[in-house]
Design a protein around this ligand. Sequence first.
Ligand code: SAH
Ligand code: SF4
Length: 369
Amino acid sequence: MPYPPRHLADLSMAERRDAVAALGERPFRADQLSRHYFGRHTDRPEDMTDLPAALRPELAGELLPSLLSADEVLSCDGGGTRKWLWRLFDGALMEAVLMKYPDRVTMCVSSQAGCGMGCPFCATGQAGLTRNLSIAEIVSQVVEGERVLASGRDPKAPPTATSRVSNVVFMGMGEPLANYARVVAAVRRLSAPVPEGLGISQRAITVSTVGLVPAIKRLAGERLTSRLALSLHAPDDELRDELVPVNRRWKVAEVLDAAWEYAAATGRRVSVEYALIRDVNDQPWRADLLGSLLAGHLVHVNLIPLNPTPGSKWTASRPGVQEEFAERIAAHGVAVTVRDTRGREIDGACGQLAAAPDRRNRDLIGRTR
Ligand code: SAH
Ligand code: SF4
């Protein structure tokens, strides 16, 4: 894989100090650079007024190379949702979405450019995998979100939930656990305090997986407090084999066992994701079966109305079906909510990320190339 230029977000604090020392500078410069990047969200030499002017270009050039260039930025929901299409150093494309709510700001990040898991209802899955993202390519998506929020903030006002990224979900492009080591490192870096990292609560970070069983078990041993989301979409192997091809390798029972292991190790409720697809997985008996499989476990079900993708024969459930599905699950004593479809108009909702430049020009904020 062609590897992106080294960035300080790829490195631990000790490695950053070594890298600065290797450039002939004093190690504390690494702390200053880190504070600029993770605390003030800047990588511009002119902002680094605590560093001698002569040093700035070299240090920034060596440790803060620009990794993401915005090909396109779209917004909807009155500015409450924003989607970036990023071009990476090698031309690979990936997307990230920022969603503002009254009490929180969630950044939905990609872990890979594309995805190799081939779920037939997902736009990302249709294009296949381009490559894994580096730690810094993952972390810098969130830093870009912080930058946008800061640009609308009064510098003297205390940061509120809506002026900082409070939550991160790995629900953009890619299968996070197929890029395991970098994703785990990114979670640690996102949650480490400034200047080592971005200082986002680890509990507010969600890793969403299609169900790679050995990787879920390994993740349970990492001593993280992040949430795990499991994309189940069917309670029976026959249908899940079709909707989530990786199920042919690891079955529903195995993947749920791995999820319970994660819940036991972390004390966190696992979130089971279920995209409701009309007449495919939304029958009452499937709701009952799902409820009975999950009853008594540390779990929460998130129903997602299917976001139709181009060329797909599938669509969202009929009105009323979703409510009945939710009630049947709740009847087993299992917590259940229905996810909103934020960002749908800009193809920024779950499963719509295809890294295809937008040709409809809807609410296009900027195009840099
Ligand atoms: N690869 C990981 C994370 C990225 S997908 C995973 O699959 O979990 C993020 C979420 O979007 C997953 O729950 C996925 O199943 C869901 N999703 C994919 N396509 C969708 C679609 N067309 N409509 C609604 N949800 C979708
Ligand atoms: Fe990949 Fe997740 Fe889409 Fe499946 S749903 S193809 S695992 S991104």
